[in-house]
Design a binder for this molecule. Structure first.
Ligand code: AMP
Length: 454
């Protein structure tokens, strides 16, 4: 199938041609026709499937079809927000905004992105000039709404991107508040990595007779990603990583740690070894994160060390290597992590360095993906059998879900409420994202200007 057969108009096809893409990915081929028919769509598609274009292209086409004259002269209607794309993280928001800009290049629409952690005044000024398409994270959007800078009363299309992650991050109430500000007769597109029970409940509240679209079996890791485990003692992980990068002459590698502190320490070590690195995590300013990502994309740094939340949704073309320096304590995060490589049909490699403490995590992951990951001991890094597994610090003893392991075994009474309480940990260190976001929403009511870090 070619893009030209999907019923998209000339300006959009021209922009697609410039990206070099000729064929829609499976999610695009399935979702685009439904959205063009005006249907609500509930899509299960992970990052890396081409889902962003899957909603952006038909969204633009719908805006063209429901054409409303946009005036710059007196007496003509002013621009107003016709499409809202809500997404959980700043990085994802920024990437979607880039995509929208790219695909709308030959259309008369203005788009912008708003997220927390950066100065709000500039966003206010841009919003005041009039915007057709808004990409936003929930917290900052509600701030702007409460300041009457953003009016959602004329939104025609709402996209909830990575809705599962928004639930995980505690955005449920913010999402509900946002949806209440949008007319009921809108078109709603909801994208999630999986169709969990929680997502179906959410969809039933926000959508009308949605059409279901699914592209890959739930939680199935793409066949194109070669996965490998290297068993190794915890203390030797850093050296093994340096060896893998050096021997393999890896030019661009995304490395995951469980904690912010761990990310910083690893980054320092790699720098000492002469490997150019940067860390991204929740304690880094938005500016620092954007810069690190840009440098990584431009190949001026070789290693990007990231925590799960910071890395969520980052889109780097042809990322060849992902390393789990530490396994995630939530098995599903493994699937998300390795989804950063082998994107849109390209080949990739995901390597996990697993110490004895993490064996239960590994078993949980293998259960989830229903496959055994090949394990290879690297010469010189043999595991010392006398080392006994120790509990893994999960930062404040929060619950965890699914396939994890380690010290959490038999500790399932930590208030776990399914995917809303995943024991997610950018947590060397203090708060989980849920509690962080909860405290954010509390802050929002008391101190608007300090509150908008989504
Ligand atoms: P996404 O799942 O939206 O994060 O997209 C993953 C990657 O696939 C991005 O790098 C896109 O630019 C790329 N992509 C999107 N659509 C296509 C397509 N039709 N053909 C090839 N690559 C695509």
């Amino acid at each position: 199938m070619l893009f030209t057969s999907l019923g998209l108009s000339e300006p959009i096809l021209k922009a697609i041609t410039e990206t070099g893409y000729t064929q829609p990915t499976p999610i695009q081929a399935k979702a685009i026709p439904l959205v063009l028919e005006g249907k609500d769509v509930l899509a299960a598609a992970q990052t890396g499937t081409g889902k962003t274009a899957g909603f952006t292209l038909p969204l633009l086409e719908r805006m063209v079809q429901n054409h409303k004259p946009i005036g710059t002269h007196k007496g003509q209607p002013k621009r107003h927000i016709r499409a809202l794309i809500l997404t959980p993280t700043r990085e994802l928001a920024a990437q979607i905004a880039e995509n929208v800009e790219m695909y709308a290049k030959y259309l008369p629409y203005k788009s912008t992105v708003v997220f927390g952690g950066v100065n709000i005044n500039r966003q206010i000024n841009v919003m005041k000039q009039g915007i057709d398409i808004l990409i936003a994270t929930p917290g900052r959007l509600l701030d702007l709404c409460s300041q009457k800078v953003v009016d959602l009363s004329k939104v025609e299309i709402l996209v909830l991107d990575e809705a599962d992650r928004m639930l995980d991050m505690g955005f449920i109430h913010d999402m509900k508040k946002v949806v209440k500000l949008i007319p009921k007769n809108r078109q709603t597109l909801l994208f999630s990595a999986t169709f969990s029970k929680e997502i179906k409940v959410l969809a039933s509240g926000f959508q009308t007779n949605p059409n279901l679209v699914e592209v890959a079996a739930q939680n199935k890791t793409a066949d194109r990603i070669a996965q490998l485990v290297h068993p190794v003692d915890k203390k030797k992980k850093k050296d093994l990583l340096v060896k893998l990068i050096s021997d393999g002459q890896w030019k661009q590698v995304l490395v995951f740690t469980r904690t912010k502190h761990g990310a910083n320490k690893l980054c320092e070590h790699l720098e000492q070894e002469g490997i150019k690195s940067a860390a991204i995590h929740g304690n880094k300013s938005q500016g620092a994160r954007t810069k690190a990502l840009a440098n990584f994309k431009a190949n001026s740094i070789r290693v990007l060390v990231a925590t799960d939340i910071a890395a969520r949704g980052i889109d780097i073309d042809m990322l060849p290597h992902v390393v789990n320096f530490e396994l995630p304590n939530v098995a599903e995060d493994y699937v998300h992590r390795i989804g950063r490589t082998g994107r849109a049909g390209r080949e990739g490699e995901a390597v996990s360095l697993v110490c004895v403490d993490e064996n239960d995590y590994l078993r949980g992951i293998e259960r989830l993906i229903a496959q055994k990951i090949p394990s290879i001991v690297v010469a010189g890094f043999e595991v010392d059998p006398s080392i006994v597994a120790e509990p893994i610090n999960q930062g404040g003893g929060r619950g965890r879900r699914g396939g994890g392991g380690g010290q959490s075994r038999g500790n399932n009474n930590s208030g776990s409420r399914g995917s809303n309480n995943r024991g997610r940990s950018e947590n060397s260190d203090k708060k989980s994202s849920n509690s962080r976001n909860r405290s954010r929403s509390r802050n929002r009511s008391t101190s608007r200007n300090n509150s908008s870090d989504s």
